[in-house]
Structures are given as structure tokens and as C-alpha cells.
Write a protein that binds this ligand. Sequence first.
Ligand code: XUL
Ligand code: CO
Length: 436
Amino acid sequence: MYFENIPVIPYEGPQSRNPLAFKFYNPDQVIMGKTMREHLPFAMAWWHNLCAGGTDMFGRDTADKSFGAEKGTMEHAKAKVDAGFEFMQKLGIEYFCFHDVDIVPEADDIKETNRRLDEISDYILEKMKATGIKCLWGTANMFSNPRFMNGAGSTNSAEVYCFAAAQIKKALDITVKLGGKGYVFWGGREGYETLLNTDVKFEQENIARLMKMAVKYGRSIGFTGDFYIEPKPKEPMKHQYDFDAATAIGFLRQHGLDKDFKMNIEANHATLAGHTFQHDLRISAINGMLGSIDANQGDYLLGWDTDEFPFDVYETTMCMYEVLKAGGLTGGFNFDAKNRRPSYTPEDMFHAYILGMDAFALGLIKAAKIIEDGRIDAFIAERYASYKTGIGAKIVSGEATLEELAAYADELGAAKLPGSGRQEYLESVVNSVLFT
Ligand code: XUL
Ligand code: CO
């Protein structure tokens, strides 16, 4: 036991003052025909929860993530597995996500790293069988090792490109072995610092070539799940190619990858791109590409990826509104979020997940209320009513010509104003649903 002072976290309801209890996440509660557990397939992010100790540019770890073993050893890798499964079981989390190098220490020679990956994945598989916990997605970390300083698929070095291919191949092998539902490409260094040394067209084509090889290989070993792009506009690179959902979807279509890929939308990445989280969810959903979510939040006063545990219920409500409207996710909600550096105790790890799971559960409850309330949907339908009949219906049917519409305008001479947007009224509807 690594968290012996922590009990299995119960649901105690909104009035509870117990810090180690859920206030809103009640897994068996039914909302719009499905249980919360079904609506919210939560996942633990191996890297933040079991690996990251709070190191930043200005100081070393504050949290001890050794779990009683020497870091950089396979004993430590196994201790992390044990601690991680105990953690997930105590919170009722049914999935996890991992990078290759989160689950084993990377060796100097890739053959040894791969041997370690075989060993640890056997160990993880045993734990999965014993607990029923599943893998949401796997990925390869192609941004930490110095060889990836100029990118992986976008690197200038064909030799480095082969190492990226080798890591993807192995990460796919492990993901398939663990029954992962998805495989993620987050283009951490797929971008550039200056055009003075960069062939953007060539780099983007090379990324597409790598993704096509990944799809071909993945399908050949029986991977039937979704590949995901996780868009992010910047950090670590000044300019990253997968800027936002719209950009990534365009890229996938351009290269014929759109049937195999969906989006993994991370809240704080969308906000770094100057969008709301809801915007990138909507763009993905209307293109049939809303796959999975990295559930965190940013700090609007900071221009970088703070990966905070979500507490902003407006954000989680609007997220769940999009998810409900899209008919749910094929993936899940991965908490790509970390404790603040001064929150360094094991209790803080639990408080963080309780906060995040409760924030999404409350968002789900409120989003369902907004939909059931009906005023927002009714207003939107009414707002476009002029396209239902007459000239509007003709436009939508595709039969109208530009000359015909110009003649229609000539006849009117002047247009009526298009109707009030009623934003303030609609915002007050949201508040009244949220706070009653
Ligand atoms: C980094 C980030 C990654 C991806 C997986 O901003 O979000 O952790 O989720 O590589
Ligand atoms: Co992420």
C-alpha cells in the first residue's frame, strides 16, 4: 500500500465537508439515460500523477514520487504501477494513459528500452486483469530526448526520423498489447523556431508520411481504435503545426488521414490557441472528429500550459454540453493535469482528482439541465428561422443563383436588421440553470 491513510473515495453529496469524498461524482447516477460512469470515462495521466514531482525552470522536485524505490530503476517503474493502480482503484478511475518513457526509464540503447517496455507491460497487464482497469490511450514521447530537439516527424535528420518511427512502432505494440482504445500524436516539437532554417512544406509532408506508416502498421497488428492528434499552438516550439482543431483537421484531410484519426482536445491547448475549450470541441464535433479530451484548465493570466486540475464549472458545463450534443466520446477524459508545486503530499494527489472529477460531474449535471431547459436550443433554432421557408430554404437547398439573390435584394431595396443576438439574456439563462 502506498496510500495507506487514504480510503476508497465515497460519494457523499454536495453538502459533504469531507475532503476525501466526491460531492458531485456519483458513478451510478443516471443523467439523460446513461450513468455518470458511462458519460465520464476518466483516465489517470501516468506522467503527471506518477512521475512529475513539481520540478520547474527554477527549482527541483517538491513532491516525492519515488514510491519507496530508487528512481531510474525497474523497481521504481514497478512501484509506480502498484501505486498507480491503488490510486485509480481508490478513486474509481477506470482508465489510464501513458507515454513510453513514463512507464520505464529510457536506456541509452533503444533495444534495452524496448526490452524494459516488454517487461513492464507484462506487469501492467497482470494488474489490469486483476482490477478491470483499462488503457485509454498510449503514445510515444518524442519531445524530451535531446535527439528530438528539431522535432520527430519534422526533424531535419533522417536518422532521428527512424528513432521516431521505432518509438511509435513500440508504443503501438504496447498500446495494442494493453488493449488501448486510442493512440495519440501530440506534436510536441513538430513546428519551428525560425523560417530562416525551416522547410515547412517538407516537414509537414514528412509528418504525414510518419502518420501514414503508423496507421498502416497499427492496422496490421490489429489496432482497431482511433489515432488522435492533440492540437497545441505553441510550447515547446514557438509555432507548432497542429495549431488547433481546425488546422489539424485540414491537415488530416489534405493527407487522406481523416478516416483513421480524430481529435484529442486539451482544454489548456485550446485556450493557448486563443479559443475557448468549447470552440475546439465544437469544431471537432461538427467534423465528426471529437474523439477524446485532455481534461485540464489554464490560467488566463499566463501564456503557457499550466495544466491545472479543472474547477471552473462554466468551462466544464460548456464542455459537457458539447459532449452531450455530440452523443458522447469514443475516447475519454484524461486528466492531463498536475498538482501545483506547493501541493506536494499524497493527499493533494487525491484532492486534485476529486476536484477534477467533481467539476466534470457537476458540468454534466448542469449541461443536461441546459439541454432539458430548452431555451438555448430554441433560441438558436429561431435565430436561423429565415432559412426554413421562401428564399432562405432555396439558399439551403443549393438551388439559388447569385443573380436571383441579387434580384431579391433589389426588390427589397433595404434589409431589415437580422434580429437581436440576445447574448446577455442567454448568459442569464445559463446562470439561472447553473445556480438553482
Ligand atoms: C503536453 C501534453 C502532452 C500530451 C501527450 O502539453 O498535453 O502531455 O497530452 O503527449
Ligand atoms: Co495533453
